[in-house]
Design a protein around this ligand. Structure first.
Ligand SMILES: Cc1cc2nc3c(=O)[nH]c(=O)nc-3n(C[C@H](O)[C@H](O)[C@H](O)COP(=O)(O)O)c2cc1C
Length: 156
């Protein structure tokens, strides 16, 4: 008997004020895609909530704003609280921030919220470093996230 493995789907949802988190989100998506996962990206205000039940992996990324998750990304996570059928799906969180002891973080906080919603964390949150408020990203950051996408794909 031939067993056909159903297509694994991922969605990378992100907020980005200056475009750096967007670059990281797209790099992650390219990695997932090349690892064989059918992957879409969506800005937080473009998410089609009625299609979330079709995905197997949700990745959520944000810049760190005031040591925390940005407001638009937080609002996206709050909308997930009203949804059913998310439990058991896999998730991965990431953020962009300064390389400083005082930078704070958002990825770990997103991860905690996703865990609370029943998601199974596929891999601990990862940060990409920006060199200034508006970027640029630290050299190699996009390559690192592309590779991370390929690794995540293997875990699915
Ligand atoms: C309102 C505001 C608050 C910020 N607060 C922090 C912060 O607490 N820690 C930090 O590391 N970076 C902070 N930053 C810098 C952002 O992390 C940086 O702008 C972001 O990573 C760039 O990503 P983006 O291009 O996707 O917006 C802040 C930026 C803004 C605009």
């Amino acid at each position: 008997m031939r067993v056909v493995k159903p297509l694994t789907r991922a969605l990378v949802v992100y907020y980005s004020k200056f475009g750096n988190t967007e670059k990281i989100a797209k790099a992650l998506a390219v990695g997932l895609q090349s690892g064989g996962i059918d992957t879409d990206t969506a800005k937080v205000d473009e998410v089609k909530y009625d299609e979330l039940d079709k995905i197997d992996l949700l990745c959520v990324g944000t810049p760190v704003h005031a040591w925390n998750i940005s407001k638009p990304a937080r609002e996206f996570l709050e909308r997930l609280e009203d949804m059913e059928g998310l439990s058991g799906k896999k998730a991965f969180a990431f953020d962009t921030k300064f390389k400083s002891r005082l930078a704070g973080s958002a990825g770990g906080k997103i991860e905690k919220k996703l865990k609370g919603l029943g998601f199974d964390i596929a891999k601990s949150a990862v940060s990409a470093i920006v060199l200034g408020n508006e970027g640029p990203l630290e050299e190699g950051a996009e390559g690192t996230f592309r590779q991370m996408g390929e690794e995540l794909a293997k875990m699915m």
